[in-house]
Ligand binder design. Structure first.
Ligand SMILES: [Zn+2]
Length: 240
């Protein structure tokens, strides 16, 4: 994978999910010259004790765009309702198919089916739903149907629970940039600390160290390849 220039789509439910769960790997891919799109499914209106819903949404997407810019990734947002991601909604299905077709990714990274938030697990379901139609021209969206099958990977769950990795990526050299990307979310760091009663930057470091011990490196991120029919088999196993 290191020698080929690839297109990668990382798709999370909320602004900051990708930073928490796979940004060390995204930074590593960016350093290798791969083309990256970081996309968020929802409005992100919830996530503040002080701001109005619209102010919160605007700020969180601005923070996500700032974080993506740190590694030269493009940022996109689909604006599905918060707590309303619905894998059976034909409009949402259509928009996710179009996102994938316009990005034309070799690799898609999204949430695991065992993650903690229903928006996360529903994004997982939505992406899996697209598999059988991405290459079907009769399922019409603005961009052309794919003529290949992208590989699909699930990123680690928020704290590594209920997740059996198939692939690890050594992020020892990119954990600093991962923490800087998370640090762009000043609106969320205080909120998450108060809401979940833990330090989110400490949580990132602890999970990366825990996955690093499993992988035999200092810091790592864990992934699970989805082997369902209709998805490619490109490996992202990426250790020294
Ligand atoms: Zn989330």
């Amino acid at each position: 994978m290191a020698d080929q220039k690839l297109r990668i789509l990382a798709f999370g439910a909320h602004a900051d999910d990708l930073e928490l769960q796979c940004a060390g790997t995204l930074a590593r891919w960016a350093n290798a010259g791969h083309y990256l799109v970081m996309a968020t499914a929802t409005w992100c209106k919830f996530g503040s004790y002080e701001l109005s819903l619209d102010e919160c949404s605007r700020l969180r997407h601005a923070e996500a765009a700032q974080s993506a810019a740190l590694i030269g990734a493009e940022y996109k947002a689909l604006m599905f309702p918060d707590d309303g991601v619905n894998p059976y909604d034909s409009e949402q299905q259509q928009q996710v198919v179009e996102l994938i077709r316009q990005t034309r990714p070799d690799v898609i990274v999204t949430h695991a089916p065992t993650d903690y938030h229903t928006d996360h697990t529903n994004v997982n379901e939505l992406v899996k739903w697209t598999g059988p139609v991405l290459g079907i021209p009769q399922y019409v969206t603005e961009s052309e149907a794919l003529n290949y099958t992208p590989a699909l990977y699930f990123m680690d769950t928020i704290n590594g629970r209920h997740f059996e990795p198939t692939d690890y990526v050594d992020i020892s050299d990119t954990i600093e940039i991962k923490l800087k990307m998370m640090d762009c979310f000043q609106s969320q760091i205080g909120f998450l600390t108060r809401y979940f009663d833990f330090d989110v930057l400490e949580q990132i470091e602890t999970v990366a160290r825990y996955r690093g011990i499993q992988a035999g490196v200092r810091y790592a991120e864990a992934f699970q390849r989805y082997g369902g029919a209709g998805w490619g088999n490109l490996t992202i196993h990426y250790l020294p």
